[in-house]
Every structure is written in C-alpha cells, then in structure tokens.
Ligand binder design. Structure first.
Ligand code: DLL
Length: 431
C-alpha cells in the first residue's frame, strides 16, 4: 500500500486527536485575534479562545454560514496582512457576490498535500502522467489537483476543461495515466474516445472525479468504458478546494484529511451535533488554513460519517457519497447554479418572473433548459423577434452563470402556478 504521508494518513486515533486539538487551539486564537467577525460571534456566546482547549470543545463555537461569507465579501474574513496572501480562488457564487478565499503559502502547501494524498490513494506516483481537465482559474478544481500532482512530482498536464479533441489527442500522445475532471466530463470523454475508436490508444488507469454529485452506476459505467478505476474526491472553495476528502482503493466513502479538517455532522434544522453514522449536514473546521479561517462551516451538503478500519490502512474517518444539499444550489456540468441568479437575469432582461428550470442527464451529460413565459407585451412578437429574445437570453445567462442553457419562450400563463412555494426546478437526474 502506498501513502503520500504515512505518518499522518495512518496515525493512531490518539495521535490524530492530539494534533487536531493543538491545531484547533491555534486557529481559534488566530481567528479571534485577527477577524472581528469571529471575535464578535464568539463574544456573543461569552467565549474566548481559552475556552477551546480540545476537539471536545468544538460544539461550543458558533457556526459560520454561506451568508456570513457573503456579508464579509471581499476582505471581511481575511486574517493575515495582504502581503502574506499569495493566491485567491473563488466560487461561481450567487447574484453577483462570490465567495473569495485567500491563501497564504502555508495554506497552499497543506492544500497541495491533501490533493497529493488523493492522487497516491488512486494509485498515483512520480511515474504517472496526471491529466487535469478540471477548470483552471478561479475555480479550485484545476489549481488543486495541479498542485497535488506537482507536490507528488508527477508529470502534470494542465489541460483545463473543454476542447475534447485536444484532450484526447494529448491523452494518446503523452500517455496520460490519471484523469482528473468532473464525472460528467469523464463520461463525455469516455464516449468520445469510444466513438472515435481511440480506446486502445489511451493508457489511463485511474480517474479522480468530483465537484458534483454522481452515482455508483455512473462510476461503474465510466470504469468499464475507459478501463480504469474511478475515485471520488470532495471539497469546496471555502475549505481550500478539492481534497477535503478522497477515496482509496476500497471505494466505500472518502477519507477526510483529518490533520487539516475536523468534521462534524449536524441536524440541518436544529444545528444539533449528531452521532457518527447519522445522516446530516457536514460541518467542517479547517485547522491548517490561516489566510481565511473557516471554523464550523456549514456546507449544506448531506452525508454520513463513518469511522471504521479500512483495508487501505488509512485511519482517517470517511464521509459517504454526497446525498444532496439543504439549499437550492444546483450543480450543472460542474458549475454551481442558483435559481436566484436565473431570476435576476430574467428580470434584468425584461422577461416574465414565471419560469421553470429543467435539468436532466443524457449520456451522462447534464441538460439544462429554462422555460420562460412570454409577457403579455411579447405575445404579438414575430417568430424572428422571439428567436432573438431567446438568443439574447442564452448570452445573458452564459455571462452570469458561466454555462449556456437552452431557452424556450412558452405561452403566457402556461407554466403551472403553485399555491405554496413555486416549483422552479425540475431535476430529472437520478442520482
Ligand atoms: O467543487 C471543489 C472541487 C473541485 C471538489 C474538484 C472536487 C473536485 P465548489 O465549486 O466550491 O468547490 O463547490 C463545492 O460542490 O459543497 C458540494 O455540494 C459539491 N461537491 C464537491 N465535490 C463533490 C463530490 C468544488 N465528490 C460544492 N460529490 C460542495 C458531490 C460534490 N458533490
């Protein structure tokens, strides 16, 4: 069995808890001393850093929510002088306000290590050619896996997403062995490889796929089509990016990098901490991240925690496959989309607020359609004028969301009204 840092990945429970408690004390003190938000929220509970001595004290601390992050935009949670920040990354956020994460060099070093561990757990070594087809730029996917691959010393292909013909060409010519991208893009590449008769020209042995929900069926399908083993990886921008947790060869959930993150599971309604094994919302505390401290961050992701011996030898606890979210964020082709963003564009473009988002999956690729009612003023429009409106809307959505939906203008009053909350989203993907 290979590990990137065996002394950490296979540490005893006592050693890991001692390290976590030490790092927790340090990060709580750092956040309290440098970020007014943390000082105030702890103050409201009558807490000072001295009240937090070990992991057992964690539940005393208040939660941090995505709204807190939006309010703090852009610099509100920055905890180091700007001269110590070497990088920012950002989410594909909602209505204008993104979440911006700041990284010191030490933060990046830890993040790279977490991703390097994921690559080794997927069978990677210095001998591998790591083909990174996650997006680069503000999105954390490309930079995260790229950093992990560098740290490991593997040959890294910084492909970014898109241009599938070039992806496949490089895969064949350079002998890529590990593919990193979203599962839906992996499925698309697999089909393109097979239909182009290139299956026996590729040397892939593993894939590291995450950033969106995917099913066990999809895993088996990609594995069969590409002749690889496919590993899940999880993370979020607020907590650095990919590599919060990663799968090993057992493929029964993702090991959390426990020297960097303390995991809790809570009841999303009451905030009560639930015992391991219960289904609930994941809450993480980043204990090795100083630029932008995240203490008890509510992810809104639903999963289950399990601590049991793993055949790979790692002692890190596992989170199960992600089961959904508590909010309305959709992930379409790997991009985070909030219905509120769509509504904003429609209203800005003078369209009706009566709309429906329909998401599906064909050949493992997400389909994305928005039906919008014609306003009474538009009813007299010619077919040409309607086509132009649809095209303009596609463009406006693309610039807000980063991906293009199909837009269909439908008859006035044809979308069913609801007496309670409007049904804005029809997600036909079976995950
Ligand atoms: O998606 C980071 C990432 C990049 C993870 C590459 C894995 C691989 P965000 O754009 O901030 O960051 O989106 C985070 O994506 O809260 C989950 O809802 C979802 N997500 C991430 N990984 C998985 C996964 C990146 N393996 C949000 N399964 C998270 C299901 C996932 N959902």
């Amino acid at each position: 069995m290979s590990y990137f840092q065996p002394e950490i990945e296979c540490a005893s429970r006592e050693t890991m808890r001692a390290l976590q408690s030490e790092r927790l004390r340090k990060i709580v003190r750092h956040a309290y001393d440098n970020v007014p938000f943390y000082r105030e929220s702890m103050g409201k509970k009558g807490l000072t850093p001295d009240d937090i001595q070990s992991v057992d004290d964690l539940p005393k601390l208040p939660f941090v929510s995505k709204d807190d992050l939006r309010e703090a935009y852009p610099y509100g949670l920055l905890a180091v002088p700007r001269s110590q920040v070497v990088r920012i990354q950002s989410t594909s956020g909602t209505t204008g306000k993104r979440v911006v994460g700041f990284y010191t060099q030490e933060d990046i070093d830890h993040w790279d290590e977490c991703c390097a561990r994921a690559i080794v757990a997927a069978g990677g070594s210095k001998e591998d050619v790591v083909h990174v087809s996650y997006g680069y730029g503000l999105f954390t996917g490309g930079p995260g896996l790229n950093g992990g691959s560098h740290k490991l010393g593997s040959m890294t292909l910084p492909m970014s997403s898109g241009n599938s013909d070039r992806q496949i060409q490089f895969m064949c010519d350079l002998g890529s062995t590990i593919l990193c991208c979203t599962p839906s893009y992996a499925a698309y590449l697999a089909e393109t490889i097979i239909s182009g008769g290139m299956r026996d020209k590729i040397a892939l042995k593993a894939g590291i796929f995450g950033a969106e929900a995917w099913s066990e069926e999809m895993r088996r399908d990609i594995e069969a089509k590409l002749g690889i083993k496919a590993y899940d990886i999880y993370g979020l921008t607020e907590l650095s990016g990919p590599g919060v947790s990663f799968e090993c060869s057992e493929q029964t959930g993702m090991h959390v990098n426990e020297d960097c993150y303390i995991t809790e599971i809570i009841d999303p309604k009451t905030g009560e901490v639930l015992p391991e094994g219960s289904k609930g919302e994941l809450v993480f505390t980043a204990i090795a991240k100083y630029g932008f401290p995240m203490i008890r961050y509510r992810t809104r992701d639903i999963s289950v925690l399990r601590r049991q011996p793993c055949s790979c030898g790692r002692t890190f606890l596992k989170i199960g496959r992600l089961m959904g979210r508590t909010d309305d964020m959709l992930i379409i082709r790997g991009v985070n989309v909030f219905p509120s963003q769509i509504e904003t564009v429609l209203l800005q473009e003078g369209c009706s607020p009566n709309y429906q988002i329909i998401v599906g999956r064909v050949n493992h690729t997400d389909t994305f359609e928005i039906k919008v009612e014609l306003t009474p003023e538009m009813v007299a429009d010619t077919v040409k004028e309607i086509e132009k409106r649809e095209n303009d809307l596609v463009e406006a959505m693309r610039s807000m969301l980063g991906i293009s939906p199909k837009i269909t203008l439908v008859a006035h009053r044809s979308i069913a009204r609801s007496e309670g909350k409007a049904v804005r989203v029809i997600d036909n993907r079976k995950i």
